[in-house]
Design a protein around this ligand. Structure first.
Ligand SMILES: NC(=O)c1ccc[n+]([C@@H]2O[C@H](COP(=O)([O-])OP(=O)(O)OC[C@H]3O[C@@H](n4cnc5c(N)ncnc54)[C@H](OP(=O)(O)O)[C@@H]3O)[C@@H](O)[C@H]2O)c1
Length: 266
């Protein structure tokens, strides 16, 4: 669809998981492109602070809503905050990741990860896609990961939630494009965010991406295809994982890499 970014995806963007890390960068990026932004995060003070900072820097309208996207009682409050704001762009960024052996991770943590990483985006896409389709325009960005491209030991359940987002976005890209709605799965590699920095990774910093660059690259890819793998090096690895290697070799290679990067977890 032709038009400027704000004509295609405005007037409001909803960024779910917006206070820090990639979500904060997505928020800055869409504001720079002229969209008003509703920031949803469980970090009430962080989201409000980010909303003020971005409104002052870009001149767009911002609002913050305090919700735990893994909780069943989050949705009414979020839908209330969305009422009266036409959301033309959904960026579902919130994601929980726990690094460690599957056998040692508690069931509760795995289920919470499913709630935030899978049920959350499913609910919001279900809520927002019909309006976008009826208006004949809109965008949906779901956060996958390199770990969603093949099995990654030590983040087995997390990787599976990211595969869910990848496959959901690919299918919706095809289903919704005839309605003028662009859907995109974003697969970042390791990216310097508070979540990543607290994971205990030993990966050299040269291989860790800048979150602002990841957000820009992702938004530039919206409307150009169903999936973007950010970063040239990651795209080479993605080709190997998705196309060249048998599944067993891909999973073994990623397992070895994960145990090297996270020696204490493995
Ligand atoms: N960073 C990477 O290396 C990397 C690589 C590949 C994919 N990704 C994906 O990119 C996305 C963002 O990652 P990130 O590293 O920027 O994460 P992050 O640094 O942990 O920030 C995520 C933001 O979402 C919020 N959030 C988390 N759970 C929430 C919940 N239940 N309800 C409301 N807000 C919640 C966090 O708040 P709190 O601070 O309160 O938790 C935080 O503000 C995730 O989906 C992740 O899977 C990241």
């Amino acid at each position: 669809m032709a038009g400027t970014f704000s004509e295609r995806y405005g007037p409001w963007a909803l960024v779910a998981g917006a206070a820090e890390g990639l979500g904060a960068e997505f928020t800055r990026c869409v504001a720079k492109r002229g969209l008003n932004v509703l920031l949803a995060d469980r970090d009430r003070a962080g989201a409000a602070e980010r909303a003020r900072e971005i409104a002052a820097a870009s001149g767009v309208e911002t609002a913050a809503v305090d919700v735990d996207l893994g909780a069943d009682d989050a949705w009414e409050r979020l839908y209330e905050a969305m009422a009266g704001r036409e959301v033309g762009l959904l960026i579902y960024n919130a994601g929980l990741s726990h690094v460690g052996p599957f056998l040692e991770q508690p069931l509760e943590a795995k289920l919470e990860q499913l709630d935030v990483n899978c049920r959350g985006p499913l609910r919001l896409v279900h809520e927002l896609a019909p309006g976008m389709a009826a208006r004949g325009r809109g965008g949906i960005v779901l956060l996958s990961s390199m770990a969603g491209l093949s099995g990654h030991a030590l983040v087995a359940s997390y990787g599976a939630t990211k595969a869910y987002n990848l496959v959901l976005a690919e299918a919706l890209w095809e289903e919704l494009r005839s309605f003028g709605v662009d859907v995109l799965a974003v697969c970042p590699g390791p990216t310097r965010t508070p979540g990543y920095e607290s994971s205990g990774s030993r990966l050299p910093l040269a291989f860790v991406a800048d979150p602002a660059a990841v957000a820009e690259e992702a938004l530039d890819a919206l409307g150009r295809g169903p999936v973007v793998v950010t970063g040239a090096g990651n795209r080479i690895v993605a080709q190997l994982l998705r196309r060249a290697l048998p599944h067993s070799l891909a999973a073994a290679a990623m397992g070895r890499l994960m145990r090297t990067i996270y020696p204490r977890a493995g």
